[in-house]
Design a protein around this ligand. Sequence first.
Ligand code: ATP
Ligand code: MG
Length: 429
Amino acid sequence: MERTMIKDVFEKSKKNVVLRGWVYDSRDLSKVRFVVLKDVSGRIQITGIQGKTDAQVFKLMKNIPKESAIEVVGRVEKSDKAPGGKEILPESIKIIAQAESPLPIDVSDFSKTELPKRLDYRFLDLHRPKIQAIFKIQSNLMQGFREFMIKEGAIECQFPEIIGSSSEGGTDLFEIKYFEKKAYLSQSCQLYKQMLVCSMEKVFAIFPTWRSEKHNTVRHLNEARQFDYEQGFADDKIVMDVLGRCVQYMVGKVIDENSDELKLLDVKLKVPKIKYLTFEKTNKLLEEKGVEIDERDLSGEAEKKLDELYPDTIVFVHDWPMKGKPFYIMPKDEKADAELSNGFDAIYKGMEVSSGGQRIHLPELLIKRLKAKGLNPKDFKSYIDSFRYGAPEHAGWGLGVERLTQVLLGLNNIREAVLFPRDRDRLSP
Ligand code: ATP
Ligand code: MG
């Protein structure tokens, strides 16, 4: 007989089934024994009755260690007392893989195990439906991103992860040994996506990035993924619109398709509204609310305040000061000495989820901007040269995969939003 998923036992009318899954819990009331079986789709009660259930099976039901993988062959019965209104009367139970006991962490619904310990045993932590729900939603966000981008006519691209020199002039690069040379792990696919839109027009990627920043915060990882987009013949206004619609599509998809997971996580989502504010206007608004202002960036407090002012809204803070943006961001009106830029940040649910903007496609301007940031244009020769052969104006953004998951699901720590976090202290599992 073919295996049935537990969800289908409830949703379809089935009489005899083969179930495979893990033992969530068991209870022995001496004459009646219960085993709660779970698989990735749900949970069901297996009920053994002394004198009625096969004696061997009844005996076995007494002590199967929690989280053991088992196979149950049995009959589906309606039951008022069983959760979900159905139970299984077992004909046979086979232990597929017995779990060692006791478990090193509590994986019940009531688990109070702290995050670091849970992450040490992440493989076991994932036995919890609530934890799985985070990653089922994240998977759907990635799926939604792809669907949206393909509809926009963008091409999915893969970029190198090992680079010979810093593409962004950042200092927080992980150095690696590449045969007899020094190389680095990529901090972003900035240069590569810019090169591509000079021929392919619209490109996207889900791209892992590494930053050797020594911080230890609840919103930073040392290895994180980004939803990346870049478009040719476009400015910041155009790509902010794309980003807004993209996130609306992704969130809408999660609302439509992940209702079980959202319920499990006790999260109520709304498709976000969109708000555009200049950096200057944003600071005025925040100042009125008593928030301390920084002339080149928004503080964590400022980002939280924006969420209070505009709940369930993606706030695009644009016309960002040049001082607060990297060298490749286009200054306003293509003037090297402009105070403001065509760069923006997107703030959603109290946190920066994305940065983007129009890029500099003019080699001479790029050289000026590099010098103004104290960087040596010689170190960026191939980057600059890539814009000498018909490079149109272009713009794009990077949206944090884990950061977006974190804000959408209201997770306190970004480590909850990544299966196997890499942070200042953690390299394993
Ligand atoms: P922040 O100001 O939050 O440190 P950033 O401005 O340094 O972020 P960007 O270089 O703009 O980050 O990266 C684009 C997006 O990638 C960010 O908006 C965020 O969503 C995500 N991101 C950046 N750094 C990290 C990190 N260390 N861990 C997880 N996500 C990150
Ligand atoms: Mg940023």
